[in-house]
Design a protein around this ligand. Sequence first.
Ligand SMILES: Cc1cc2nc3c(=O)[nH]c(=O)nc-3n(C[C@H](O)[C@H](O)[C@H](O)COP(=O)(O)OP(=O)(O)OC[C@H]3O[C@@H](n4cnc5c(N)ncnc54)[C@H](O)[C@@H]3O)c2cc1C
Length: 458
Amino acid sequence: MNTLHTDLLLEMKKRTSEKRATQNTTILQQHSCDESYHTPVLPDVVVYPSSAEEISSILSFATEHQIPVVPFGAGSSLEGHCIPVRGGISLNFQEMNHILEIRADDFLVKVQPGVTRTQLNLALKKYGLFFPVDPGADATIGGMAATNASGTTSVKYGIMRDQVRNLQVVLADGTIIQTGGLAAKSSAGYHLTSLFVGSEGTLGVFTEITLKVYGIPESLLAARCTFPTVQSAVHAASAVLSSGTGIARLELVDERSIVQVNKNSDTSYTELPTLFLEFHGNPASVTYEASLTQELLESYGGLEWVEERDSKARAKLWEARHHLAYAFKHGYPGKSMMFTDVCLPLSELSGAIVHARETMDALGVPGAVLGHVGDGNFHAILMYDPSIDAEKEKADIVNASIVEYALKKGGTCTGEHGIGIGKAKYLASEHADTLPIMAGIKKQLDPNGILNPGKIIL
Ligand SMILES: Cc1cc2nc3c(=O)[nH]c(=O)nc-3n(C[C@H](O)[C@H](O)[C@H](O)COP(=O)(O)OP(=O)(O)OC[C@H]3O[C@@H](n4cnc5c(N)ncnc54)[C@H](O)[C@@H]3O)c2cc1C
């Protein structure tokens, strides 16, 4: 260990406390990666701050000495977001995991960034409230806000950017600011809350997050419906959206993914492209909407319709969908997973999905195609052996081809996972005009480039 390294540890202990800064090898390794396939890099030190004031003190020191600072939530991101590519300080928020205020009458909650979505929903339950955004992993609210996460319920409730009402942010120079307020709407100046949401730790560190929450629906009904082809399933999904039904979840899983689900859990679902759906309302409204939707789906080629009302059966149905990535991981031991995450106008979605599957098959890259079809967002999970260069190259080609197709059709390279390292090369083609403006904002807020360097703006 060199002197600089040791000095940094001592400095961080001084600015937090003896036990909240470490250079323990195992802990450094845990903060060297996320859930992605990108190469891990060790931070120099991991710090567990307990307040905005401590973070302010750490950031002003880091700016003065030009030391990178990388926020770390649950580490579940998929594009190398929290890999400290230039070393420095990894900031872990596990000590800042308190729910600060529940304003049930205002449908608002204020949390520290290390609160996880499951923890938040447990606390909200006794008020009859819930927070809908559900990325597959049990992510932190800080990480979800920083990646502008979404999930299966976004078709009804919206994405993180729609939920964040206010952020307390520590800027690179240590200044602490509030970006919003408690009002449901405001036309007061530039919308800085929206700018910080999705900034992936590159513009500031979130220390408090005020979120919109919702009443738990009286009744929920989940269903799944099989289709002869992926195209017919996507066309049927579009018809559901046009019908005006207040659908709360509308997910597609292709037939090969269902095969993998059956292999890895005790399900025996028919191995065909399948839509997973959920309706939220009261007992009469969900029954009515489900029966209308079943009729509609059948007119678009829907084959087998199965409904689940019981909470355990519903949870099992969604578990199959949420655990799909892990089903592939178990099914292909030793292989890495590369996720694509394009989002397109709905009318282009079925073509894009077919293109993705055909490209995977042509290059012999195994994996899943699944998506939040209600939002036009789908993922290909590409499995490859990291020790075989040719396999990684093929996965890269499929990834690039899926992104190029989406951009040509007016889509985006990332619907919800974010840019991180992996999608940075596509940002210039998607936003050639505005990339210099983004770089200017970064320069203004973080002139020394200490905040999560090597992400979004290279
Ligand atoms: C199996 C699986 C399924 C997934 N499904 C989805 C999905 O459906 N939808 C989806 O959106 N995502 C999905 N993800 C990706 C991931 O869960 C999300 O990106 C999530 O929002 C990351 O949260 P985290 O707490 O793990 O953040 P991390 O991975 O720890 O960090 C993510 C980014 O946020 C920054 N950050 C963290 N905390 C702060 C803070 N307090 N202030 C400023 N910046 C901060 C980090 O620096 C990093 O850039 C999935 C991941 C897995 C493994």
